[in-house]
Design a protein around this ligand. Structure first.
Ligand SMILES: Nc1nc2c(c(=O)[nH]1)N[C@H]1C(S)=C(S)[C@@H](COP(=O)(O)O)O[C@H]1N2
Ligand SMILES: [Mo]
Length: 214
């Protein structure tokens, strides 16, 4: 229990109050499947993970499936908040942290944002410092089990501090950018920043400086 929870009087606390739940979210048992479009088929021979755009070396980096699985691994514990208001609490995600990718394929000094790309052109933009957070992980496993194809096998991004649309399933690439640019849902009415603790759900809530001009 957090300190703020203890400080409040019992009258102010609803029976369901859980300090891990951002405003407007409710806990969900189980793990719903949610995405736009079809589930892509995994093709191990052509699958790769690329880092392109403004890299420090001006070169692309590329790992095939086997190569990616040899990268150093990390595990994070995090909650998962969907903008449709369900939250899944206490998951364990393991895979390759975004910080590891930044080390192995460093961005040019002017890079401020990244675009994470998935199959079929799905994308999500992130400020570089969110991407670099040690909790941001390209996950291959959830609670010790390999991801199912519906949940993003072989690879999905998890950004625990943001709404879950910022975590593409079926990830294939990261683009380093010198300026911010909207991703798939950010172009379709969702908030550029997507902080669930500030309920940044929709783009009409954006204030000047929250996103690139449209
Ligand atoms: N490629 C891709 N990734 C995606 C989406 C999508 O439509 N396509 N939807 C996002 C949204 S809105 C959510 S809530 C989560 C859902 O992940 P889940 O199906 O594993 O619960 O995936 C995110 N990643
Ligand atoms: Mo979502």
């Amino acid at each position: 229990m957090g300190q703020s929870e203890l400080a409040r009087s019992p009258h102010e606390r609803s029976p369901q109050a859980d300090p891990r739940l951002p405003p407007g979210q409710r806990p969900q048992r189980g793990w719903p499947v949610l995405h736009y479009g079809p589930v892509p088929r995994f093709k191990p021979l052509t699958w790769d993970f690329q880092v392109f755009g403004a890299t420090a070396s001006a070169e692309k980096s590329r790992w095939d499936h086997e190569g990616f699985h040899c990268l150093p691994r990390s595990t994070v514990h995090a909650d998962f908040h969907c903008v449709t208001k369900f939250s899944m609490l206490d998951s364990e995600w393991s895979g390759v942290s975004a910080a590891t990718i930044l080390e192995l394929a460093p961005p040019a000094p002017e890079v401020t944002h990244v675009m994470v790309w998935a199959e079929y052109g799905y994308s999500a933009n992130l400020p570089l410092e969110r991407f670099a957070d040690p909790h941001t992980v390209f996950a291959t496993h959830h609670d010790g089990e390999p991801l199912t194809v519906e949940h993003g096998f072989p690879l999905r991004l998890i950004v625990p501090q943001l709404y879950a649309w910022k975590g593409p399933k079926w990830v294939r690439a990261v683009e380093y950018m010198r300026a911010d640019r909207r991703g798939f849902w950010e172009e379709r009415g969702y908030h550029n920043r997507a902080d669930p603790w500030r309920e940044q759900r929709y783009s009409y809530q954006e204030e000047p400086g929250d996103g690139p001009l449209r």
